[in-house]
Design a protein around this ligand. Structure first.
Ligand SMILES: [Zn+2]
Length: 345
């Protein structure tokens, strides 16, 4: 399968400012006082997976280069520091771009690949874990959707739920059709995930993937080691639903179950939460209310952007996704964010 994430206008722009020397000048500008929370998912080779390739953020080598870059140009902090700023209500004294490194979903590669890199560079990160996945070979909905599409026997087929859509693998690249299906699943109106997956399987004439024979998520022992080495393990719900698709009492159960399990297994109650998917439409005021009631002091979204001081809404701290991008684009984004508080290109 073709993986075209590194082609496009923004990639071209980033490479030309790196080549022109302009990037070097931006890197030498004084830093603005901001918080840049970077978000990663899987680390490794997106071409090697039978599941969703778009959930890969970087290869091992790229992650190392990116972490070395961030530790040189920003002040890398832990999630405790963010909580301290929120509690005290004061901006940090030093004028710097503070970087928080975050990972979502607790895939095994977070432990096997990312953790040793972070440890060797000596920077902390926070891992947001969906507790029902821990130690399992579960195939989450995004991976199941990608698996079905990759194994589809039909090249063109309609899908009726939650809205009518025609998938056309004859004319469109698989990644484009995958992104359309993932976007459909993420709509707040999509309230029956099982129905969506079974109708997709039927339309594709493919079988839904079973639980993977190999473990695909970290186990508690691995999370414990990460915690002992200075990493933070925080909440990402129990079963990774899109919270805005659930009634408030179920949201509450998702958050409380996750929090209680982390506390029970690791001895530390999580204080922060990352909303699954984390788009504007993935959480509501009811979600924030449920998060507060479950004891969370802060929560992270995923629709992009940086945070200025004083931090405005502790239950909507912004994170910038690291997609599968070139090192030039990563450098440009961090450098512009550091200097001007806005990510570009
Ligand atoms: Zn997630």
């Amino acid at each position: 399968m073709e993986f075209t994430a590194r082609i496009g206008k923004r990639e071209g722009l980033a490479r030309s400012i790196a080549r022109s020397g302009a990037l070097g000048l931006i890197e030498r500008l004084p830093a603005s006082r901001t918080l840049l929370a970077l978000n990663y998912h899987r680390i490794g080779d997106p071409l090697s997976t039978p599941y969703d390739p778009t959930v890969y953020s970087a290869t091992a080598n790229e992650l190392r280069l990116q972490m070395e870059y961030v530790s040189r140009h920003c002040t890398v902090i832990s999630v405790s520091e963010v909580l301290r700023w929120l509690e005290e209500g004061n901006p940090p004294a030093k004028r710097a771009c503070y970087a928080l490194i975050t990972f979502d979903d607790a895939y095994l590669d977070n432990y096997e690949i990312a953790f040793p890199i972070l440890k060797s560079i000596g920077i902390p990160a926070v891992f947001f874990v969906p507790t029902a996945f821990i130690g399992t070979g579960r195939v989450p909905w995004w991976d199941a959707i990608a698996f079905l599409l990759k194994n589809s026997r039909r090249r063109i087929f309609p899908l009726a739920y939650p809205t009518m859509i025609k998938i056309d693998l004859e004319s469109n690249p698989l990644l484009l059709e995958l992104s359309r299906l993932l976007a459909m699943y993420k709509q707040p109106s999509m309230t029956d995930g099982e129905r969506f997956l079974s109708e997709l399987a039927e339309a594709c004439e493919a079988s839904l993937p079973g639980v993977s024979a190999e473990r695909s998520f970290c186990n508690w022992l691995e999370l414990r080691q990460m915690l002992d080495a200075g990493m933070a393990v925080e909440a990402h719900t129990h079963t990774h639903p899109i919270l805005s698709q659930l009634p408030e009492d179920q949201q509450q159960i998702e958050l409380a179950t996750c929090s209680n399990l982390i506390k029970e297994r690791l001895g530390l109650a999580p204080r922060t939460l990352a909303y699954p998917v984390g788009m504007h439409s993935s959480f509501t005021e009811a979600t924030k209310h449920a998060a507060t009631r479950a004891g969370f002091k802060a929560a992270f979204s995923f629709y992009g952007g940086m945070n200025s001081f004083p931090l405005r809404d502790p239950l909507d701290l912004r994170r910038e996704a690291v997609g599968y991008q070139s090192i030039e684009r990563f450098r440009s984004q961090v450098a512009t964010g550091r200097a001007w508080g806005g990510i570009w290109p």
